[in-house]
Every structure is written in structure tokens, then in C-alpha cells.
Design a protein around this ligand. Structure first.
Ligand SMILES: [Zn+2]
Length: 258
């Protein structure tokens, strides 16, 4: 009886080991070893990103993705700085031309009636996204870009516009398999809370998206010191994490699938 019990436990252990091995086999093999890919993104083209986030990234040699809204004042007035940022190896990403979001959701009072996604058509959004990509190409010289749908909204009045534009991109944030990628959008939280989120992810998660907005200013703010502490953590744990632009991570994912 005792022997049976032990062997049952042994069998369960073997099965668990087999499953663990299988998930290891299925795991993404990134170019920089079998690490967890980290995509740092900064949405909406904000002054505080050029003033606070960018110097902090450059000081540590980390590359990130900046999702541009050409309508933003900080984009219009500082275009040369955004161009230089791309030349430094960071990514300029598509975040649409006008940042249209659904107006009916809670907390969406800021959505202007002329720019509500509810009233747009798929074709209008396809045009908007296409022009935004052309604008990015004229700035950074790249033909391949990635997209973060504003507010992660997808539906317009006659369908799903994100489905209609996804083939224009090497990656679209929010469309990844949730068994592969995790998301956190820091706002008024500490570096410890971001780190805790990253460390508690299950082993099947091979990529973590950290979506910042303001850093030390603007909206959905992460304090400059907390942002810096989080970057320090990533640098101190380079053996565990591969930090790169979303474009580079998605291109590596495509290559590994071939
Ligand atoms: Zn946005």
C-alpha cells in the first residue's frame, strides 16, 4: 500500500517534469538567450518622456518604443528630438494620427466628439493608420513599424479597425496571445509594484509589456525616481531579461516561428 502511494507520487512528479520540459521546449528562444523579453513603451508623445524617460534610458543603455501621436504639441514642437531618439536606436511606433478612443466607456470624458472612435469607419481608421506609418517612415527610415491601439479599443461603427490594419505591422500591442505576453500600464505606482508584477508572472509568459505614459509629469504619471529604480532593476537583472524595442522583439518572434 505504502509502495503504491510512493509510486503514485513519483508518477505525478514525472508528469510534472514532462510538462515543464514541454513548456520549456515551446518557450520562445530569443536571440539573447532564453530570457524574458521586456518591451518598455511610452505612449502619446509627451514632453516628460523626452525630458525624463529618454535620458534615464540612455544613461543605462536601454532601448524602448515611443508611440507617437502627431497631433500632440510635444511632437509638433520637438520633432527633431523625436528623430534623434530613433537614430539612437529607440523605436518610433504608430499610435494613430488623432488618438481616437471610444467615448462611451467610464472615464472617457476627455474624448472629443469630433474624434470619438464610435463615429469612425474602418476605412477612415485604415487611412489614418496608413498616413501615420508614412509619417514615421519619413522620420526614421524604417518600413516596418508596430502599433499600439489608443486605449486598446478596436471597434468602430462598422467593424473592427485593428483587424483591418494589423497586417501593416510586425506587432500590435494587445493582440498577443495572453499565454505568451503580459501587460502592465504603470500610473502612480512604485517601482516595487512593477517589479512584483513582473516577478509573479507564470513560466509560460515570455514577454512583458510595460506601458508608461508620463514620467515625472503629464498624465498617468510614474514618478521619475520610481521609473529610474525600475530601470536599475532591469539592468541589474540582465541575465533574466532581454530589454529591447517592441519592433526588435516582434521581429525575433517572427524569425523563431519560421
Ligand atoms: Zn495613448
Amino acid at each position: 500500500m505504502r509502495v503504491t502511494k510512493v509510486s503514485t507520487h513519483f508518477l505525478i512528479l514525472l508528469m510534472a517534469m514532462h510538462l515543464a520540459y514541454q513548456s520549456l521546449e515551446a518557450a520562445e528562444k530569443w536571440p539573447d538567450g532564453n530570457k524574458i523579453a521586456i518591451s518598455l513603451s511610452y505612449d502619446d508623445a509627451l514632453d516628460s518622456q523626452l525630458d525624463n524617460a529618454l535620458p534615464a534610458l540612455n544613461q543605462r543603455g536601454l532601448k524602448a518604443s515611443f508611440y507617437i501621436v502627431p497631433l500632440s504639441d510635444a511632437f509638433k514642437e520637438r520633432i527633431e528630438e523625436w528623430r534623434q531618439l530613433a537614430q539612437q536606436g529607440h523605436e518610433l511606433g504608430n499610435h494613430s494620427l488623432f488618438h481616437a478612443c471610444l467615448s462611451g466607456k467610464p472615464g472617457r470624458e476627455w474624448v472629443q466628439p469630433t474624434n470619438a472612435l464610435d463615429d469612425k469607419t474602418v476605412q477612415a481608421m485604415v487611412n489614418e493608420i496608413t498616413v501615420a506609418n508614412t509619417l514615421l517612415t519619413s522620420l526614421d527610415g524604417y518600413s516596418e513599424h508596430t502599433f499600439t491601439p489608443p486605449c486598446f479599443d478596436q471597434m468602430v461603427k462598422d467593424g473592427n479597425y485593428v483587424e483591418a490594419v494589423k497586417e501593416q505591422f510586425v506587432g500590435v500591442k494587445s493582440l498577443e496571445d495572453p499565454n505568451f505576453a503580459a501587460f502592465i500600464g504603470p500610473s502612480d505606482i512604485s517601482s516595487a509594484q512593477i517589479i512584483n508584477f513582473i516577478e509573479k508572472q507564470p513560466a509560460n509568459i515570455r514577454m512583458i509589456n510595460v506601458l508608461f505614459h508620463g514620467v515625472g509629469g503629464d498624465h498617468l504619471v510614474t514618478a521619475t525616481a520610481e521609473h529610474a529604480k525600475f530601470l536599475d532593476y532591469l539592468v541589474a537583472n540582465k541575465d533574466k531579461y532581454w530589454v529591447d524595442t517592441y519592433r526588435n522583439i516582434m521581429l525575433a518572434k517572427k524569425r523563431s516561428a519560421q
